[in-house]
Ligand binder design. Sequence first.
Ligand code: AHN
Ligand code: ZN
Length: 339
Amino acid sequence: MMKYRCLFQIILVLAAGAVLIPSCKSGREGERGKPSVKEEPAAIEVPHFDADSAFEYVSRQVAFGPRVPNTPEHHACAEYLFGKLSEWCDTVIRQPFRARAFDGTVLNGVNIIGIFLPEHRTRVMLSAHWDSRPFADYDPDPEMHRTPIDGANDGASGVGVLLEVARQLSLQRPAIGVDLILFDAEDYGQPQDDQGRDHTDTWALGSQHWSRNPHHPGYRARFGILLDMVGAADARFYMEGFSMMYASGVVNKVWTLAARLGFSEYFLFEEGGYVTDDHYYVNTIREIPTIDIIHQDKNSANGSFFEHWHTIRDRLDVISPRTLQVVGQTVLAVIYQEH
Ligand code: AHN
Ligand code: ZN
């Protein structure tokens, strides 16, 4: 209960360039015997991230069925996401593209970009992939290896968190510009049991396209955060390899804020593996320092990620509102302490 009360009391105090986030304990005590009002620093309240709302956005995506490129479900979900972002953002852009998959299939993809405060020079970029995988190639049942997955965690969770972030940004405008980028065709990579020759760069096709063709020429951001698999009950976020290689300062900033919010159980100060995810291309092609908040687990059957990764069991029932809360509240705290 204490933790939840604390969430409502998150206040960022900006004083002489220093950012302080009072701990739960100091919450009330500071009000006794305050000195003169004019010495009080301006306090910026971080909005409360509504996990039930985020869960609802995850559920709505999953309800379309697997969001595999070139399917009607994929198309319908794109319209849903564009509509939701249009409710809250100053501008929303569709970026359609064609990309060749590992097997030669031409994918019709669309990155969806929601923009807050377009005139601001100082910007932060938040991203997640919105497509879901056409193959359950890690399912324990080999019969399922070519079955598309719901991708409740792998896909919908990150987008669900970002939609709720967008709603909160519309209710309380941030001090900086924020761009939410929903990448398509992230998860059409070569299956593990594919007989064809090894193809590199078959994952993250939407972020590869965007990194070479940003929605504005010369687009820059101070840093970026990618969310991937941020909804499972037992999520553990290690400091991912490429994030540390290209954006260790951002990793430290985010993990330190998460710890101050009481989320150290989820955000571990330990290095994880290297993941060729959307942020890899944003770092190497667009050169925006970008981190990946991704649930890793070396002890799972797949050896890398959460236990139902790329199986037909990646369904809505693996999603925990508490984990969405932990990630969403941390992202909001990061955004409101930037200026
Ligand atoms: C690889 O396993 C090469 N990339 C993982 C990126 C990913 C897939 N994220 C979610 N699904
Ligand atoms: Zn995946």
